[in-house]
Design a protein around this ligand. Sequence first.
Ligand code: ZN
Length: 151
Amino acid sequence: MKFNLESLENIYANKDYSRNFAHAKKHFSEFKDFLAELSVNTINKTRIVYRATTFMYGYENNLVISSKEDGTYISSYCDCKFHAPYDPCAHVWMLAKYCVENEIEPPFYFKDENSENPNVFFEKKKKKILLNFILALSFKNILMTQSFISI
Ligand SMILES: [Zn+2]
């Protein structure tokens, strides 16, 4: 049975003012690129458990959503600092929405072997910052040389 997105959205104490809900909607279009691993299984014939690992903006996060067999939301967990029981983090809503849109049902397993590890992401970012710093320095030198000439 398809996950019932509305039953998750009803959990938010105040959807209109939730930073997490706003973030989830804002970044949903990027979610598929950040999904590193996803498994969906039926447990004890009564629950459906969605487990995922995401690599978003250099952060690795692991999350779990469980629903009843009819797709009704039961609970969720995520190791990011924004997750709370009555204000599920952006990862949770995005994963649920992704499963609904792609009609993902148990048993399901996906792993993106090419998914970029967050540490690799940070190394690249550091190199880019360093390169920009060097460029800025040499640009400053050019400016100083020019002002020296103009004197
Ligand atoms: Zn999260």
